[in-house]
Design a protein around this ligand. Structure first.
Ligand code: PEP
Ligand code: MG
Length: 836
């Protein structure tokens, strides 16, 4: 293979590659091929920049001689392989010296020459030679600045362009190798050996007589992705000046708020619009274009993928596909599955009561309630317990990103709309309020003082409204988001492509309604215990638990029956035509009992029993290891009447819902199975209940009975278990817990240490452990299919919504995954992507 030249002029035919010269160099070549007015540019590949960092400079005399301009002024910009890997900032006006100053004074005027020279000396001193900023900011003319430089450096200000370029290239090459730059790009997914390219470009001066200036334009709204010309232009300015001085800059399109480029230079404006259209068609992307106008003539300096928020990225990809610029499959691939999840921002219910605790900057939209936490480890612990939390920090730094991933919202005492917290939260689609006035966060005391003097501590609940910038007391009800056309398109294109089902884990009518809105293929897991948390039902449930004998227990169950029947009737109606998988009661009974003295007292009163009796009954129900104790099917075997009641409620509900016109598809699922006999026993009883209801109602009842595979033994014995099960649904939450022997409720405490030390690559409760748990999935599914080739295979743990697990399940031939309703769109998109 031929060595890459040490630098290459970018021409339409030059060998420029993103993997060697960086994406900026490649993009500039595309703009040149489109015959856009791009100033002459030379690209330095990664290899050259690496050599520069090691002290080997290419022949800069030859490089400079490629440019044909008098006087020669150059800019240098970084060009990393992926734009979001960053890189050192641009250096402009290289070549300014006494001679260029004199020349420019004669041609463009003294003021412009002074401005350019002063600006260059400042940036050379501060950004390249790393001198203190203050004395250079005080220097008001180039002579003073040059004197300051010479005093600080004890050397003359370099007059030769090659010497200046030498220093600039060296400083940029070294900056890329610095530790903080390395950490930042690695956080964006850059490999350890990611290279930096540089582009050296002839300056197109946005200063001079006539209409001269510079600006930045994009053709879509960065928040919504809707077509809209946005950006700024500033006369007698360079680089991104117009964006840095927005109040002094002009609007681009005619605007009642002030003068615009369109009014000032309608022809150039039209030309820019054309550039945008050309970029969209040819680069197949919405671009942000940096431009200069030199005496009325447009120059295109650079174009980058337009920065965009979650909603915009979906809208842009969908619009490009609708316009036939990219295929639909590519549009789907361009949307990170997590992004689609972020579109689903909840908003505060406008009718809800709200007490404002503090106000700050509305830094990232959406609303969320949760427990206050003050550090990443606690946020991650909350996530592993599925407890929503709000990360509260004085301000955030890269160390907090893990915690932000785990949190439901972020609140900071300091910062504004572009602070670290705001930017990261918008990227993650998390509601965020920054710069909350009057808050004082104490990380040490794990508390936050409110403007009114009150203190909130870790574990207290608050609500963040990132759309209004308000911090609200307690958990304020929220409303579902509005989903627009692009979202619907992406969902329907995903449905066309995917070949694995996506169901929802839904326990309530609200969950099921949301799931239906997202077009699920059914309910894959209805956790019936969640139907007993309503206070009225809880009392009856407690009576059932406290029953002294079978007849007392039956009396309580008879009261629970109609409640369950009503729930199921509603679910069946709502999900008409689609399967509804109802899981029989799973958790240990003591979970339904209160623990503190107050709760025990109230329970004794409600049950009209002596407190001592209630206490001793509660104590008797306590287990040393409840997650491995009397729960799941063990409950069904030891107290069969509970499952019988649930089965009756299901069948009676099916009859009622069918009578109301619903097409009911019943699936009943048994949790925590370890042996075939458990399934046989429960199955026999359920069939007896079905026959009973059939006889009583005269209606035929059809149902499928399945098993949750969530113990390693169930996976190992899936062959014999599937003889009695129509479907096997892998509950990867418990299966992960039991495969690792790692409590799902406690792992958060040390998971960060485990992941940081590289013991586990990821938290296995969030990212399916394909090596270990995955092997049990493969083994269980193969054994199940061997005995019963038509057995339905599914995954219904939290992993069901994660793109990696979906890919895994699809390859393993699973029929569907089931996840929480809000993850359904993510799962559908990931399922479609896994087929492309
Ligand atoms: C599981 O264990 O994966 C599961 C889906 O059940 P639960 O989370 O209710 O234990
Ligand atoms: Mg489970």
């Amino acid at each position: 293979m031929l060595d890459t030249p040490r630098f290459t002029e970018i021409t339409p035919t030059a060998d420029i590659r993103a993997a060697r010269h960086g994406s900026r160099a490649k993009c500039l070549q595309r703009l040149i091929r489109m015959e856009l007015p791009v100033p002459q540019t030379v690209a330095l590949p990664f290899t050259t920049v690496r050599e520069i960092a090691e002290g080997q400079m290419p022949d800069l005399g030859t490089l400079v001689s490629l440019f044909d301009m008098e006087p020669l002024l150059l800019s240098v910009r970084s060009s990393s392989e992926a734009t979001d890997w960053g890189g050192p900032g641009a250096v402009l006006n290289i070549g300014m010296n006494d001679e260029a100053h004199a020349w420019l004074s004669n041609t463009l005027g003294h003021a412009i020459a002074d401005k350019l020279y002063l600006r260059f000396i400042r940036s050379f001193a501060i950004e390249v030679m790393r001198l203190d900023e203050a004395p250079f900011n005080e220097a008001e003319d180039p002579v003073a600045a040059r004197d300051t430089y010479e005093e600080e450096m004890d050397a003359p200000f370099p007059q030769d362009i090659a010497d200046q370029l030498d220093a600039v290239l060296r400083s940029m090459a070294r900056a890329w190798e610095g530790t903080s730059a390395r950490l930042l790009r690695q956080a964006q997914g850059a490999p350890a050996d990611a290279g930096l390219g540089l582009v050296v470009q002839r300056m197109a001066l946005g200063m001079g007589p006539g209409q001269s200036g510079s600006g930045v334009v994009q053709f879509v709204n960065p928040a919504t992705g809707e077509p809209q010309v946005t950006g700024r232009y500033m006369g007698q300015a360079l680089g991104r000046d117009a964006l840095k001085n927005r109040d002094k800059a002009l609007y681009l399109t005619s605007d009642p708020r002030g003068p615009s480029l369109q009014d000032l230079l309608p022809d150039v404006y039209q030309e820019l619009i054309q550039v945008g259209g050309q970029c969209r068609d040819r680069l197949r992307e919405e671009m942000q274009v940096e431009f200069t106008i030199a005496q009325g003539r447009l120059a295109v300096l650079d174009a980058v993928r337009c920065p965009r928020e979650a909603r915009a990225s979906v809208a842009i990809a969908a619009a490009l596909a609708r316009d036939g610029i990219i295929p639909r499959s590519e549009a789907l691939l361009r949307i990170a599955p997590a992004t689609i999840g972020r579109l689903l921002h909840r908003q505060i219910d406008a009718t809800a009561d709200r007490t404002v605790l503090a106000r700050g900057v509305a830094a990232s939209p959406g609303a969320a309630s949760g427990k206050i936490v003050f550090d990443s480890a606690t946020a991650q612990a909350c996530l592993s317990r599925n407890e929503p939390c709000i990360l509260v920090r004085r301000e955030t730094s890269p160390e907090d990103v893990r915690g932000m991933h785990a949190a439901d919202a972020v609140l900071t005492e300091r910062g504004g709309s572009t602070s670290h917290a705001a930017v990261i939260a918008r990227g993650l689609g998390l509601p965020c309020v920054t710069g909350a006035t009057g808050l004082t966060v104490s990380h040490r005391r794990k508390s936050v003082r409110l403007p009114d003097g009150r203190r909130l501590s870790e574990g207290d609940t608050m609500t963040i409204d990132g759309s209004s910038g308000e911090v609200l007391e307690g958990a304020v009800p929220t409303q579902e988001p509005m989903l627009d056309g692009a979202f619907a398109d992406v969902m329907s294109w995903s449905d066309d492509l995917r070949d694995i089902g996506v169901r929802a884990n839904a326990d309530t009518v609200a969950d099921a309604t949301l799931a239906r809105t997202f077009g699920v293929d059914g309910i894959g897991l209805c956790r019936t215990e969640h139907m007993f948390f309503d206070p009225a039902r809880l009392t009856v449930m407690r009576e059932m638990i406290f029953a002294e004998d079978a007849s007392a227990r039956q009396a309580a169950l008879d009261r629970l029956l109609p409640m369950q029947r009503d729930d199921f009737t509603e679910l069946f109606q709502l999900m008409s035509g689609l399967p509804v998988t109802i899981r029989l009661l799973d958790p240990p009974l003591h979970e339904f009992l209160p623990s503190g003295p107050e709760g025990l007292g109230a329970l004794a009163a409600a049950l009209d029993r002596p407190l001592s009796e209630v206490k001793s009954r509660v104590a008797a129900l306590q287990e040393y290891n409840p997650m491995l104790g009397m729960r799941g099917v063990r409950l069904g075997i030891a107290m069969p009447e509970i499952y019988e009641m649930q089965a009756r409620a299901i069948f009676e509900a099916a009859v009622a819902a069918s009578g109301l016109g619903a097409d009911v598809k019943i699936e009943i699922m048994i949790p925590l199975v370890t042996a075939r006999r458990e399934v046989e026993l429960v199955k026999r009883r359920i069939e007896a209940v079905a026959s009973g209801v059939q006889a009583e109602t005269g209606k035929d009842l059809d149902f499928r009975l399945g098993v949750m595979v969530e113990t390693p033994r169930a996976a190992l014995r899936a062959g014999e278990i599937s003889e009695t099960a129509a479907f096997l649904s892998f509950g990867t939450n418990d299966l992960t817990q039991m495969t690792y022997g790692l409590s799902r409720d406690d792992a958060g405490r040390f998971m960060s240490a485990y992941v940081n030390e590289g013991v586990y690559p990821e938290d296995p409760f969030q990212t399916l452990d394909v090596d270990g748990v995955g092997e049990l999935l493969l083994l269980g599914s193969a054994r199940g299919r061997q005995t019963r080739p038509d057995v339905t295979l599914a995954l219904c743990g939290e992993h069901g919504g994660s793109p990696e697990s979906i890919r895994f399940c699809r390859l393993a031939g699973f029929d569907y995954v089931s996840c929480s309703p809000f993850r359904v769109p993510v799962a559908k998109l990931a399922a479609a992507q896994s087929t492309i």
